[in-house]
Design a binder for this molecule. Structure first.
Ligand SMILES: [Zn+2]
Length: 433
């Protein structure tokens, strides 16, 4: 457990200044200009920052814990991509799910969390599917991993209905029954569903209504995978969804739980009036959007082959919405490329959004750090380090990086490098150094 980190550069301060961070009870207790005249304090609880950049840690606002690494795990080696489309991904994952057992769920999930820690992630919203195929197996493994990693990473479990709640042979009855059971677990903090998998719009609305009521009843956050298409002629469900959530009085009785909408690729077709309407209709509702660019770009295109993902920068800057970016899937047919590093998405954002200025790069870092944490229910903080905040950090680069040592958040977003030291509640949890 570190009590002090000395001689670091920090965000929102001149790159030529150095700072000392004091930590108490897992939180920042003070941030002071570096005292280079202080006697050499190399003790076991002081970390020498060596003039490197210390920034708030990273967060997966949206990651699938149970279906990661299916393309790599030997148990599923016969399931390889042949067409690379959404239908095949659903079929392959459905087949894999029918073989899920606790040992492979733990093996793959543990690997995902370990690799995420290596990149500086200390908080995540982990989706585990609940339905007639997997029953409560994924949930059980997710809860075990949450406990196993509790000293190293905050793993928030979302019980998630990827399959319909109102369509199919039994009209979704079994999935609803299992989701209602999952909602009884205290350690399940989030309930989620996928309204777009229902047979028709009426059932999609029923899906939203049912899962929202369940979340309200059990005081859980709500996470919907919504409007995952780009066809301009098809209407988005976001308007009805907001109407249903408001009709159920989400913020009544002092409810402070968050509402998160993932994917929402259809929104990229919005014109200015529709963005203004969205901002107005959300009003005081605690809503965040999470763009999933690697999955969206791979899987989603319009009939005219237009590709797109949520315009995160504009949503924050121009429409005053909270928006984040997340990895979504690692090593499966929905997203076969990419790894567990959220900063790869921030770098992709520089190109996607032509966001090259220092300010834009900082916003992209926020989208995988402080804004991602806010989207899953943590208090929103800026990138500046302040007393009272949790001591959750990433320290970049090696001691001997010389002039290539990253001095600012923008440099990290452009090219984050491989060397990182992850700190969770003041405790070093992973170091490549
Ligand atoms: Zn997802």
């Amino acid at each position: 457990m570190w009590k002090k980190i000395t001689g670091v550069r920090i965000p929102n301060q001149s790159p030529s200044s150095q700072w000392d961070i004091t930590i108490q009870d897992g939180k920042i207790s003070s941030v002071d200009p570096h005292d280079s005249t202080a006697p050499d304090s190399k003790t076991s609880d002081t970390l020498d920052g060596g003039n490197r950049l210390l920034a708030p840690s990273l967060c997966h606002a949206h990651i699938h814990l149970d279906k990661c690494f299916l393309l790599q795990d030997p148990k599923f080696k016969d399931l390889q991509i042949e067409r690379g489309d959404f239908k095949e991904a659903m079929e392959m994952t459905g087949e894999a799910k029918s073989r899920f057992a606790e040992d492979d769920l733990l093996r793959r999930g543990r690997q995902l969390i370990e690799e995420s820690l290596r990149y500086g992630v200390t908080a995540m919203r982990a989706f585990v599917e609940v339905d007639g195929v997997v029953q409560l197996k994924c949930l059980g493994a997710g809860l075990k991993l949450k406990e196993e990693f509790e000293d190293r990473c905050g793993v928030q479990i979302c019980a998630f209905a990827q399959l319909p709640l109102f369509s199919g042979a039994d009209g979704g009855a079994e999935t609803r029954h299992l989701m209602a059971t999952a909602a009884l677990y205290d350690k399940v903090e989030v309930l989620g569903s996928t309204p777009y998998v229902e047979e028709d719009e009426a059932k999609s609305k029923e899906n939203v209504d049912w899962i929202t009521q369940l979340a309200l009843e059990h005081k859980k956050h709500l996470d919907l995978h919504l409007d995952y298409f780009l066809d301009e002629h098809k209407q988005p469900l976001i308007w009805e969804t907001l109407k249903i959530i408001k009709g159920l009085k989400w913020t009544g009785n002092g409810c402070k739980k968050q509402i998160t909408f993932g994917h929402c690729t259809r929104l990229i077709r919005f014109r200015k009036e529709e963005w203004t309407r969205l901002e107005q209709e959300i009003g005081e509702l605690p809503v965040s959007f999470v763009g999933l660019p690697t999955s969206d770009l791979f899987m989603m295109h319009s009939p005219e082959k237009v590709r797109g993902t949520l315009p995160v920068i504009d949503m924050i800057h121009q429409h005053r919405l909270n928006a984040a970016m997340a990895v979504n899937n690692v090593g499966n047919a929905f997203t076969p490329y990419g790894n567990c590093d959220p900063l790869r998405l921030a770098a992709l954002g520089v190109g996607l959004y032509q966001a090259g200025t220092n300010k834009d790069a900082e916003l992209l870092y926020e989208a995988v750090s402080s804004r991602a944490k806010a989207a899953i229910g943590y208090r929103f903080t800026s990138l500046g380090l302040e007393p009272g905040q949790p001591a959750d950090f990433v320290l970049f680069d090696r001691m001997d990086s010389g002039w290539r040592c990253r001095k600012s958040i923008a440099e990290v977003v452009y090219d984050s490098g491989e060397e990182r030291h992850t700190i969770f509640r003041g405790r070093g949890t992973f170091s490549t150094l």
